[in-house]
Design a protein around this ligand. Structure first.
Ligand code: AHR
Length: 656
């Protein structure tokens, strides 16, 4: 069925709401929409980084998980004590101390097999090249390693043989590539040993060759593409609560995430233990996706980088551990050094580190978040110290500050008042609320002060069940209510200059938190209805808000209708976004003031479902996604029939 038919069908079979006239004043600019308006929030939650966008297929490649053989199994035909030992390098590499010592005794096929299960299996594609590598050390070269990808029955679907040749006391790297013969969602990696001898192994790694931009050791291309397709104005990283850590020792420290991957110390991911109902004991951070890679990702997808740093406070839901003000210096220094790492030239200490990692040009960092969801006077005290230090050295860097976990209440009010008194650049507001809240808050920013303090709607998502409940679904109700709310963000683009849905990614077998914008398994990814809502706003951003009114008022819930309009001067188009949250279709007659010339037809992108519980899935990834139709102008007016439960974006050329 075509969309025209659906629209006609609606007219014939459903009761239609009263007709409204909407007036778009194309010559009355109200606010500039910043390029940063619609961005993304990245956190290593739900296997977002390790097991997700970081394309490493081997779990626990360096044996540094709390249980050193987690993810690995060893099969020996004849058990011999000491065949496999977990050794510690000690001072030789305190960041990556453990390694595996294998003693093979005249081993042949099937005698001694080391197996890695991957992150809930390994997603393998037929015909694709896979790059295996490992660090090794041996006194004499007597062993062959047979590296095989196998399916659940043990059938080999790709293999290579490595004969490590270097000997002596130093560590060496061996590499081999091979092509997989089949596509398997949950393969595993076997290494069996042939020969008689002892070998030390570390950093056992397997990457697909089709990473984003084919970077060795890089990111999963389909997942990066999902981000690139959003055309995000910024990317906030690395979180989220992960910034805070369960305690200060578990906080995110960017300096430990750069340099050679084998020297980035592994750490337990805080989401490993956060939810008793979603325990994920094998969730650790390898930091293969570290701060250099985050900046590079931002650059690749044309997004402004927005790093968030720990402010000397651990998660207040967990330990609530505080660094005393007297001990805050290293935290503040991390912030100053980060700015130098991102922007300094190669003659500076940290700019040199960036240049040596392969990026001599600066990353053009313009803003920095201090603290994630922190609150209380302790937060304000620490923020003040950070702000003084950052502004005195880098006055142009904008500081993003937290307004806590909730968009209202005592905690929010204290922070909001204090941050405004401090004249902070951007206030980060979070709202994980029911769909009704989003509908009721489309006017939230209409009465916010119009001054230099801007809002970053830094984390939001409508919850179909309740905050962070595992029963939350990304259904059409959540997407539609977010769309309605987002019209209010755009209408108030002079106050809200940035916004991002959260969280971003979830692995279908490894998630802790729902809802999430994009769901993945080991091979595929799909966008939820909420994803397409974000995309519709972002790719149809425009640069200047103009009024769209009903009886002289902003359209923010009257007769279940929400609207915003903007001019896109690069195409000379007016863009109108309309949301109908009613189960009945609605006729709108759009009239345009301030222009005599309009194209005869308009492009209309429609997201719609009669079923508010409808969701996208791996089988039906675009069940709820935009479809394009054309609508004709009639005597300089645009008649639009909005289907029930629909979000519509209309683009029409001016001046033709
Ligand atoms: O988005 C998931 C979590 O929600 C974030 O880590 C945190 O900032 C918020 O509580």
């Amino acid at each position: 069925m075509t969309w025209t038919n659906i629209l006609l069908g609606c007219l014939l079979c459903c009761s239609v709401k009263a007709q409204h006239t909407l007036t778009v004043a194309v010559n009355e600019p109200k606010a500039t929409i910043q390029p940063t308006m619609w961005g993304v929030f990245f956190e290593d939650i739900n296997f977002g980084a390790d097991g997700g966008i970081y394309a490493e297929l081997v779990k626990n490649r360096s044996f540094e998980f709390t249980k050193p053989l987690m993810g690995w199994t060893v099969k020996q035909r004849k058990f011999r004590e000491g065949t496999i030992l977990i050794m510690n390098k000690g001072r030789e590499n305190i960041n990556n101390p453990r390694f595996l010592r294998i003693k093979a005794d005249h081993a042949q096929a099937g005698d001694l097999i080391l197996s890695n299960e991957g992150f809930r299996g390994m997603g393998i594609k037929a015909g694709l090249r896979y790059d295996f590598s490992m660090m090794y050390r041996q006194e004499s070269a007597n062993l062959k390693l047979h590296v095989q990808l196998v399916d659940s029955t043990g059938r080999v679907i790709g293999e290579t043989v490595i004969t490590p040749s270097e000997t002596g006391s130093g560590w060496h790297k061996a590499k081999a590539s091979f092509t997989a013969s089949e596509t398997i969602l949950k393969a595993k990696l076997n290494i069996w040993f042939e020969g008689n001898g002892v070998i030390d192994l570390d950093m056992i790694s397997l990457f697909p060759s089709d990473t984003w931009k084919q970077r060795p050791g890089g990111l999963r291309a389909d997942m990066v593409q999902c981000l690139a397709d959003l055309k995000p104005g910024f990317i906030r990283f690395p979180g989220g609560c992960i910034v805070e850590g369960t305690d200060l020792s578990n906080r995110y420290q960017w300096k430990k995430t750069i340099g050679p991957v084998e020297e980035r110390p592994l750490m337990m991911n805080r989401w490993n233990i956060e939810f008793a109902h979603r325990l994920t004991p094998d969730y650790f951070q390898s930091f293969g996706l570290g701060f250099f890679e985050y900046f590079q990702l931002a650059e690749d997808i044309g997004a402004e980088p927005l790093p968030i740093l720990n402010c000397g406070m651990a998660c207040q839901y967990n330990s609530a551990e505080l660094a005393s003000l007297a001990d805050l210096d290293p935290y503040v220094q991390d912030a100053l050094d980060l700015i130098e790492f991102a922007n300094g030239d190669a003659a500076t200490t940290w700019g040199k580190v960036r240049a040596e990692m392969g990026h001599p040009a600066p990353f053009h960092l313009k803003m920095l978040g201090v603290g994630n969801e922190n609150w209380g006077p302790q937060y304000i005290e620490r923020l003040q110290v950070f702000r003084a230090a950052i502004k005195s050295k880098y006055p142009d860097i904008k500081i993003v500050a937290s307004s806590g976990t909730d968009p209202d209440g005592e905690r929010f009010n204290l922070l909001n008042d204090s941050l405004r008194a401090m004249q902070i650049d951007l206030i980060d507001e979070h709202y994980y609320r029911k769909p009704d809240w989003f509908l009721a808050n489309a006017k939230r920013y209409d009465n916010y002060p119009r001054n230099a303090i801007k809002i970053f709607a830094g984390e939001y998502a409508a919850q179909s069940d309740r905050g962070a409940s595992p029963n939350n679904k990304n259904n059409w109700l959540t997407g539609l209510s977010e769309a309605a709310f987002m019209t209010g963000l755009e209408r108030n683009a002079d106050v809200v200059t940035m916004s991002s849905y959260a969280p971003l990614f979830a692995h279908t077998d490894g998630w802790q938190w729902a809802p999430d914008l994009i769901w993945v398994n080991n091979l595929q990814s799909f966008g939820t209805p909420d994803y397409y809502v974000q995309q519709m706003f972002s790719v149809n951003r425009g640069n200047t808000v103009v009024p769209v009114t009903m009886n002289g008022n902003a359209v923010a819930g009257q007769d279940s209708l929400y609207a915003t309009a903007a001019i896109d001067s690069s195409n000379n188009e007016v863009i109108i976004k309309l949301v109908n949250v009613s189960g009945r279709p609605g006729r709108q007659n759009i009239v345009f003031h301030g222009t005599k010339k309009l194209a005869k037809t308009a492009r209309m992108l429609v997201m719609q479902s009669d079923d508010l519980n409808a969701v996208n899935s791996f089988d039906e990834p675009e069940k709820i996604a935009p479809r394009e139709v054309k609508v004709n102008m009639m005597q300089k007016q645009l008649p639009v029939l909005l289907p029930p439960y629909s979000f519509v974006v209309i683009r029409i050329k001016l001046g033709e």
